[in-house]
Ligand binder design. Structure first.
Ligand SMILES: [Zn+2]
Length: 174
């Protein structure tokens, strides 16, 4: 997931590793072709159509809890450049810390296509400047992988359609 309007990356929060929304289901979407780079995966994953939003990433084999699943890769860009790219209609920006952002649209591993859910099966762990998506629980083959984007509450609100029973209604935290 990562997609829907740009709005987000203006946040300078260091705590929530906020990822910008991008890609609003446009057939003319100009961004990267959805694909998984196996060099950054620890399990077999595939891209498919998602009920949550456009494309999603699916487990192709069982994934035990507490394991590294995929690294969120991309170009490392400065705060100023982040601001500029966040203006684009689509983006895959993941705020790493107060200064750096990872732009998954450039050299992304495919993790940038993982959708948001309010009840995700993955979480992001930052290790020495790398964003690792870890499994929160056992994941069965065929399950869509999801992560909580934790958009700031003070940026533009993005409605959530994750469909989980505890959906908070927006991708933003409350
Ligand atoms: Zn939700």
């Amino acid at each position: 997931m990562a997609r829907r309007r740009s709005s987000q990356a203006r946040s300078s929060s260091t705590k929530s590793q906020v990822k910008a929304p991008a890609d609003r289901a446009s057939p003319r979407y100009p961004g990267p072709k959805p694909k998984i780079d196996p060099r950054y995966c620890c399990f077999r994953l595939r891209i498919g159509r998602s009920k949550i939003h456009r494309w999603g990433v699916y487990a192709d084999e069982p994934i035990p809890a507490g394991r590294k699943v995929i690294e969120y890769t991309g170009e490392r860009i400065s705060r100023r450049e982040t601001k500029r790219r966040a203006e684009a209609p689509y983006n895959y920006l993941f705020t790493l810390d107060a200064y750096w952002t990872i732009d998954g649209a450039v050299g992304g591993s495919g993790a940038e296509f993982i959708n948001h859910s309010c009840e995700p099966n993955l979480y992001a762990k930052i290790v020495k400047g790398h964003i690792l998506y870890m499994s929160k629980r056992d994941i069965a083959p065929g399950e869509e992988l999801t992560v909580d984007y934790h958009f700031d509450k003070d940026v533009e609100r993005v409605p959530c359609r994750c469909g989980s029973p505890n959906c908070r209604g927006t991708i933003n935290v409350k």
